[in-house]
Design a protein around this ligand. Structure first.
Ligand code: NAI
Ligand code: MG
Length: 349
């Protein structure tokens, strides 16, 4: 029987609940589709930090490397560990070490879920560059505290970095609607975004079957609200993608539904799948977190592993549950605990 090795990192707060619930669901899918999911759980979290002084051991990355994928809950406990420590000690090193340069997030309304917009027929896949651009971390400050203080933060766009993320966008568009929206701001950013546009044009020549539209980031943000159904695959730089994907999560009903894949398409390293939300200290320990974002991230993981049929069946099962509107966590307007929603999905399978 085909078997996959998955590294589980539940993390903190509701991360623990949603991983536990989603893992049961994923195992149910695996049984139905005739493959096996083996796992090892890593306790790396803020609690681990308070005990050991590090978010993960020095050889943490090497421990993760042999796995087929990483399935992560959420990391952060701001009351006891500064977010900069938890983020820079675990999530960022994983993304960086494995060069997970694609951050892909689907934005659409599951059946029965009400979003804040009148329009409900949208189906957007946002592809955000995940390693460079505006978040490269190149910069500095001088004359700190004085009136002459200067802060500089330089966005770095490399040809390799821009080309590979745009290429992933073209490939994704080819597999879906054949439509690609490239997010730019070349009217104002005359170096980096003009370069981005040039690379987009060069690739467009290689993909004559893909229809490319170029949108300025401000205009496309408005379009997410006014005409989201006109968008399909959207490819953007790190900062632009960060902002647009939060907007995407909002229009799909909120953080309870937003799933994320951090992918290195070249393979040979584990890609990482996670919900977009954090550890939600306000509802942690109550067992009422919505597990659907994490289950959806699990479906993205199955798709990445090549189990396309199982991934589709899982999404269909999720939608049967949301359409019935019987198992609903409080953020969906119900009173069901996390496990009830997970069990309903298993039943729907
Ligand atoms: P958050 O996403 O944890 O929570 C924001 C709001 O959404 C809260 O009211 C929460 O109850 C609600 N919420 C989030 N997920 C939910 C779910 N599955 N079901 C129902 N309600 C849900 O963001 P916040 O509060 O800003 O951050 C808390 C901690 O999480 C911080 O330490 C932050 O750094 C960390 N964080 C970690 C992320 C990660 O591991 N990738 C991503 C975002 C935040
Ligand atoms: Mg964000």
């Amino acid at each position: 029987m085909k078997s996959y090795n998955i590294a589980l990192i539940p993390g903190d707060g509701i991360g623990v609940d949603v991983i536990e619930a989603s893992w049961l669901v994923l195992n149910a899918v695996a049984r139905r589709f005739g493959f096996e999911l083996a796992s090892k759980t890593f306790p790396w979290s803020c609690e681990y930090y308070l005990e050991h002084g590090v978010m993960m051991p020095a050889d943490g990355i090497e421990q993760l490397r042999p796995f087929d994928a990483i399935f992560l809950g959420a990391v952060g406990w701001p009351a006891r560990v500064p977010d900069a420590v938890s983020l820079h000690g675990l999530l960022l090193p994983i993304r960086k070490s494995f060069d997970l340069y694609v951050n892909a997030r689907p934005h659409r309304l599951l059946r029965g879920v009400e979003g804040p917009l009148r329009s409900s027929g949208f189906d957007i896949l946002c592809i955000r560059e995940n390693t460079e651009g505006e978040y490269s971390g190149a910069g500095g400050r001088v004359h700190q505290g004085s009136t002459n203080e200067v802060a500089v933060e330089t966005a770095i766009f490399t040809r390799n970095g821009v080309e590979r993320i745009l290429r992933y966008g073209f490939e994704a568009a080819r597999k879906r609607s054949g439509k690609l929206a490239s997010v730019t701001k070349s009217n104002a950013q005359k170096y980096s975004m003009v370069f981005w546009d040039e690379v987009t044009d060069a690739l467009a020549a290689e993909y004559p079957d893909v229809k490319v539209s170029r949108y300025h980031v401000d205009a496309v943000a408005a379009r997410f609200v006014t005409n989201p159904e006109t968008l399909n695959v959207v490819v953007a730089s790190n900062l632009f993608g960060d902002i647009l994907t939060d907007l995407g999560a909002a229009i799909q009903g909120g953080l309870g539904f937003a799933a994320s894949a951090n992918i290195n398409p070249a393979g040979g390293v584990p890609s990482m799948f996670e919900p977009v939300h954090g550890s939600a200290p306000d509802i942690a320990g109550k067992g009422i977190a919505n597990p659907l974002a994490t289950i959806w991230a699990g479906a993205l993981m199955l798709e990445h592993l090549g189990e396309q049929q199982a991934a589709s069946a899982l999404i269909t099962a999720m939608e049967n549950v949301t359409a019935q509107r019987t198992a609903l966590t409080p953020d969906m307007g119900g009173t069901s605990p996390t496990m009830d929603v997970a069990n309903a999905v298993i039943k729907a399978l």
